[in-house]
Design a binder for this molecule. Structure first.
Ligand SMILES: [Mn+2]
Length: 359
């Protein structure tokens, strides 16, 4: 139905799900629309196929996802000891540690491991073979995975798997997968948006997803306190390095003043990113007296994942982050210092290229 790379892996994952009678579904920590949508969509499909399901995610999802059909399925207590004979379906995540504190043990105790993801992570099948106890007891097909970093959302891979199985896509499932695709493509604005994203979205709308209602519930019901916090954060917005870098931050006292929750500022980095001429943007959030979390975004050529990685974090080329000791003023200064030589190097290279072309 959909043309995707690695059809053999898609087939293996579809087959493994079909064979499993009991499935524990899980995703990454601090779950987003793609993680939750994928999980709830797959849970409904598996249950409709007569299987027993448990949906576990360590952290509470953002409140604006609570309208998703089946949201009440989510449990935050780890299913341990792992239910006998159950498969573990890991969605939007391919590292045991990213599942959370209990991820490694769940992977260790699962009867079978099935991974569907689009992150560049570790090979979970390889990782799952390391303990000796397992290699004897577990067959070759203990772990099957379908990981495609070129695909915009895990929900899209799940949709492809269900299509392969020819399982019925109900309006509930369509709503969850549409949400996964909508949120992970940034409303079809991110660089990962392809014709397939629109194709799948159109099919999901035909199958019962309501695009107006979903957008309304996710993006147009912002609590007032969030805008109060944004108001304070925008006061800190500034440009550096000739307008190519934009930064903003929030302190703990700003959060207290606005009565805001930690999640209320999750997307603030985009207010720095959207400024004309800005290549790199940063949002610094003080999460305790000693600790900040930093979100980095870039527009075109700048690899923010490399910067984040050098500071113990990670992410994608255009979107990355890290946590570090210190406060917001310190990290604003430090980041400018780190970014400046990279911009200078780029300038140097392009002026050399221009000279060569001229001479
Ligand atoms: Mn995702």
């Amino acid at each position: 139905m959909f043309r995707l790379s690695h059809p053999e892996r898609l087939g293996a994952v579809a087959g493994a799900l079909d064979e499993s009678e009991r499935v524990v579904l899980t995703c990454h920590v601090r779950p987003d629309g793609d993680a939750v949508g994928s999980m709830l969509g797959m849970a409904a499909a598996l249950e409709n196929a007569g299987k027993e399901v448990i949906c576990y995610c360590q952290d509470e999802p953002p409140g604006n996802l609570s309208f998703l059909p089946g949201f009440e399925r989510l449990v935050h207590t780890p299913p341990l000891p792992f239910p006998e004979g159950s498969a573990l379906l890991v969605l939007d995540c391919s590292e045991a540690d990213r599942i959370g504190e209990h991820g490694a043990r769940m992977v260790d105790e699962a009867h079978r491991l099935i991974v569907i993801d689009h992150h560049l992570g570790q090979d979970m099948c390889e990782g799952s073979d390391t303990s000796e106890k397992q290699s004897d007891a577990r067959s070759d097909d203990f772990c099957v995975q379908y990981i495609d970093p070129d695909i915009f959302a895990t929900g899209a891979l799940c949709f492809a798997v269900l299509s392969q199985l020819k399982w019925n896509i109900t309006p509930e499932i369509a709503t969850n997968f549409y949400t996964a695709i909508l949120t992970d493509t940034g409303c079809f604005r991110h660089s990962n948006t392809t014709a397939l994203a629109f194709d799948m979205a159109a099919r999901l709308v035909e199958m019962g997803a309501d695009p107006y209602d979903i957008s309304d519930r996710i993006f147009e019901r912002v609590p007032f306190r969030k805008l109060a916090l944004l108001n304070l954060a925008l006061d800190t917005l500034s440009l550096d390095l000739q307008g190519r870098v934009a930064m903003l931050h929030i302190t703990r006292s700003m959060q207290a003043q606005a009565g805001a929750s930690v999640q209320d500022s999750d997307d603030f980095v985009r207010y720095a990113r959207c400024i004309d001429g800005v290549e790199v943007s940063a949002f610094i959030k003080e999460i305790s007296d000693e600790l900040v979390s930093v979100s980095l975004r870039s527009r075109s050529w700048f690899n923010v994942a490399a910067v984040a990685k050098s500071l113990g974090g990670g992410g994608h080329f255009h979107a990355a982050g890290f946590r570090a000791k210190g406060d917001a003023p310190l990290w604003r200064q430090r980041l400018v210092g780190m970014l400046q030589p990279i911009f200078e190097q780029r300038e140097h290279k392009s002026s050399m290229a221009a000279q060569e072309a001229a001479g």
